[in-house]
Every structure is written in structure tokens, then in C-alpha cells.
Design a protein around this ligand. Structure first.
Ligand code: ZN
Length: 472
């Protein structure tokens, strides 16, 4: 194929042999047909259609194929055309603390423990409320919608209020009500943690986009009693269990002194690990830990930027994936450990960190990195029956990225361009459950001006509450 041919939407790409047929069923009327220069499916065969189309009805994907193929079978009520764009599954952020967006930049360039104890815990103690988490989560959702993230996993407080903000924004999320063995803004002890979280799980049970979860913070902040109570509650509701695991060397040391083993082995020894667990970080996992997590089907959330910024270390994600662990990518919270929710950067950093640390530029190639932000992230979160790829029967969560700008031309390989060149600003369509949230001009579900104004008001309020303790 010539270079010119590879540039033109409509040309056959190396990933889209013209003989490739999609499977289409006999339905005539559909809600929406999205057509684009390229459709990257992230299905089991990594199929790419160029040009491509996705047929959508009742929030689900009816078929994926070429526009001519689908138009011969379906009559759409609405057509969305993005000829210069690539359509792909919405990105999945497997670890963040969305409401902490209001603390973005409050304190940077510090060790994790100092950052937490000197800044974050006092700021949270004085400010976190239902109104705070709604404003912070809405700000995060606004950023994620514009940047092409359609699903995120969250760990914070007042998660039922977080859920209301997520629901109003139209995104999909797994929301973990966070427990620590000391009082947090919405519950003061274990009994109250259980009561509050039970009510949260009951309220959001069966919601099409919000999955309520239980989130004991970490092995170094939660004793056996609260970890097992969290596990039991999650099992009772068939809910996910979110936790930070082996993030820092200091955590390894603390757990070794206390229990004589690694955090993973200790969690295994108390019966905590299982398929519902999504563990964030895993920076200090050893070979036995990796084997244990694979055996227990634990999903892993890899946060390269947070691990770099806090100098936590380099997670052994290549070994973890080789062992069969589903590894998704995450940003972590934006208060000081990132400081944004940009999943394009998460892919880019994950790849470059793995390459430079191993001295091997062939590890984590672009396709694998895109998997880790889509289908593999969905597997890590046990949502791969619903999201993560563009396939018949899955929910219609997708994004379009404009490739016509100088940053993304010329196009040699669509996976390379998506992972190494695209930025959040290139996203021109974000759709969840077949509903357009961002059309390239307007976020339809969030009042952007009001959200930004509220963020500024919160900044002033937080600064006033910390006067004399934080010099900002
Ligand atoms: Zn975190």
C-alpha cells in the first residue's frame, strides 16, 4: 500500500483487510449509525474497519462493519459522521479519586505519606461533604467526558453523592465507598462504615451505569477485621472490592514488620483475595505475589504517572500480564499524584516507563497499551461482558478522535497514533450507552461554565479553611 493510500479515510489499512466481513443481524430500524474514517474495535482479532461504522440501538451495539455494509441492512434514525476521525471504545480509567479534583495542585513534589498527612487529610477533614464530592466529581467528569474516558473506578467518601454526580453526567463508573481504620468524613467507625456502605449498595443496585463497590483503603490502613467485613459485604452484594496494594516501599516494610510477609501474601492469608478485587498500583509485587494475584483472578490498576510523580517505583506490569493478570491503566487522583485524568497520557507513560526501566523498547507495544486502556481494563474490572470493545451485544460506549491535525498526520499505524500522538483535545465525540455526552463543541450533560465557577469557589473556601496551616 502507498503512503497516500494509507492516509485516506476509506483506504484499506494493514489492520482492515477488505475481505474482512462483520457479522450483522437482520434488524431494519436502529437509533444511531456512527460512521468514521476508521473504527478500531479492540475485539479478539483487533479488527479495524476503514471506513467503519457502528450501529446502535437502545444504548447497545447492534453491529460493527463498513458503512455500506451496515447501511444496506439498517435504517438509522440518527447518523453521526466523523470522516476524519477514528472511533474506538471509550477509555477506562481503573483508578482515581474523582472528587479530589478540587485539590488539584494543592501540594506537589512530596513523599506520599507527608503529602497525605500534612495536606490531604487535614484538607479533607475540613472540607469533604456531599456538596464537595458533587462539585469535585462533576469537574472530573467534565474533564473525562471531553478527554474520551467513558468509565472510571473511584475510591472516596460520600460515594452515593458521587454516584448522583456520575449519573447526571451520563458516565459509567465503579464507585468504591472508602474505609479506613480511623474516622473519615462520612463514617466514624467500622459499624458505621458497614451501615453507610450497605445503604449505598442497596440504593444503586441494578443501575445501568453505576456499580456500587466497597473500598477498604489499603493493607497498611485497614486491619484484618475491617478488610474481612468489607469482603463479606462485597460478596453479599456481588459488588467489586477496590483497594490500594503495594504502592510504596514503606508499605512493604510496615506490613513485613507487622505480619512478617508481603501485603499480597497477608491479604491471601486472611482470605481477602478473589475475583471481585481490583487492586491499585502493585508497584512492589514479587514473583509469588504476582502468581497469587493471577490465581485469585485479581485485577490490577497500573498508574504510571502517579508512581513516577510520587517516586513510588515501577510496577512489574509486563510480568503481571505475562502471568495472566488483567492490567488496566489508571490516572490516580489529580490532587498531587498526576495531576489530570488524561488516559492518553496514561498509555503513553505506561509504555515509556516499561521500556526505559527494562531497557527493552519492544515491551508493551502500542496495541497492548490501548488494550490496557480499553478491553483489558474492562477485564480487570470484570465489566468485559458490557464494555471495553466495540462488538455486537456490548453497550455503546465509544469515542471519536480527530486525526486531521498536524499532531496526528501522516497516519502510518492507527494504534501508534492513538497511543503516542493523540492528546485529550483531539477527542471530538464521547458516547455512553448510545447517548452523546460530548459532540466536539459542547458537553451536553454538564454545565461547564457553572462547574468551573464552582471549582474556583471551592478553591477559595478550602484555602480559607486551611489558613495558617497551608501557605497557599
Ligand atoms: Zn489512589
Amino acid at each position: 500500500m502507498t503512503l497516500a493510500a494509507s492516509l485516506a479515510p476509506g483506504a484499506e489499512t494493514p489492520h482492515a483487510p477488505s475481505k474482512q466481513k462483520s457479522s450483522v443481524s437482520r434488524v431494519s430500524s436502529i437509533d444511531t449509525l456512527v460512521t468514521a474514517g476508521w473504527v478500531v474495535t479492540m475485539d479478539g482479532s483487533d479488527r479495524v474497519f476503514s471506513p467503519g461504522a457502528v450501529a446502535i440501538s437502545k444504548g447497545g451495539i447492534v453491529a460493527v462493519g463498513t458503512p455500506s455494509e451496515l447501511l444496506s441492512v439498517y435504517s438509522p434514525k440518527q447518523k453521526i459522521s466523523r470522516p476524519h476521525s477514528v472511533v474506538l471504545p471509550g477509555l477506562i480509567n481503573t483508578h482515581t479519586h474523582a472528587a479530589m479534583s478540587l485539590f488539584r495542585g494543592i501540594a506537589d513534589d512530596l513523599p506520599l505519606m507527608e503529602w497525605l498527612t500534612r495536606f490531604i487529610f487535614p484538607a479533607e477533614g475540613k472540607n469533604v461533604s456531599p456538596a464537595f464530592v458533587k462539585a469535585g466529581t462533576t469537574l472530573a467528569c467534565l474533564e473525562m467526558i471531553r478527554g474520551g474516558t467513558t468509565t472510571f473506578a473511584d475510591m472516596y467518601y460520600f460515594e452515593s453523592d458521587v454516584a448522583e454526580a456520575v449519573d447526571a453526567c451520563g458516565l459509567r463508573a465503579v464507585l468504591g465507598e472508602t474505609w479506613l481504620d480511623f474516622p473519615v468524613p462520612d463514617h466514624k467507625d467500622l459499624a458505621e462504615s458497614i451501615t453507610v456502605t450497605r445503604a449505598f449498595l442497596e440504593k444503586w443496585k441494578g443501575h445501568p451505569r453505576v456499580v456500587a463497590a466497597v473500598a477498604p483503603h489499603a493493607p497498611y490502613t485497614n486491619a484484618k477485621e475491617s478488610l474481612l467485613a468489607a469482603r463479606d459485604l462485597a460478596l453479599e452484594f456481588k459488588a467489586p472490592l477496590l483497594i490500594h496494594l503495594s504502592e510504596t516501599k514503606d508499605e512493604q516494610k510496615q506490613i513485613a514488620e507487622k505480619h512478617g510477609m508481603t501485603p499480597t501474601k497477608w491479604l491471601e492469608s486472611i482470605g481477602f483475595l478473589g475475583p471481585s478485587v481490583l487492586a491499585a498500583h502493585g508497584v512492589w509485587l514479587d514473583a509469588d505475589d504476582i502468581r497469587l494475584l493471577a490465581e485469585r483472578h485479581v485485577g490490577l490498576a497500573h498508574n504510571p504517572e502517579s508512581n513516577m510523580k510520587l517516586a513510588s517505583g515501577i510496577a512489574p506490569v509486563v510480568a503481571a500480564r505475562k502471568a495472566g493478570i488483567a492490567v488496566g491503566l489508571g490516572t490516580d487522583g489529580v490532587a498531587g499524584s498526576n495531576n489530570d485524568h488524561d488516559m492518553w497520557e496514561a498509555m503513553d507513560f505506561a509504555g515509556k516507563l516499561a521500556k526505559v526501566s527494562s531497557g527493552d523498547p519492544t515491551v508493551l507495544p502500542a496495541r497492548d497499551l490501548l488494550r490496557m486502556a480499553t478491553i483489558e481494563a474492562a477485564r480487570a474490572m470484570k465489566l468485559d461482558d458490557r464494555i471495553g470493545s466495540l462488538e455486537t451485544g456490548k453497550r455503546a460506549d465509544l469515542v471519536a478522535v480527530d486525526l486531521s491535525g498536524p499532531r496526528t498526520q501522516p497516519l502510518w499505524d492507527v494504534f501508534s497514533t492513538l497511543v503516542y500522538a493523540v492528546k485529550q483535545e483531539d477527542v471530538c465525540l464521547t458516547m455512553v450507552e448510545g447517548r452523546v455526552l460530548w459532540d466536539g463543541r459542547t458537553v451536553r450533560t454538564v454545565d461547564a461554565a457553572k462547574t468551573l465557577c464552582e471549582a474556583e469557589e471551592w478553591r477559595s473556601r478550602i484555602a480559607a479553611s486551611l489558613k495558617g496551616t497551608i501557605a497557599k
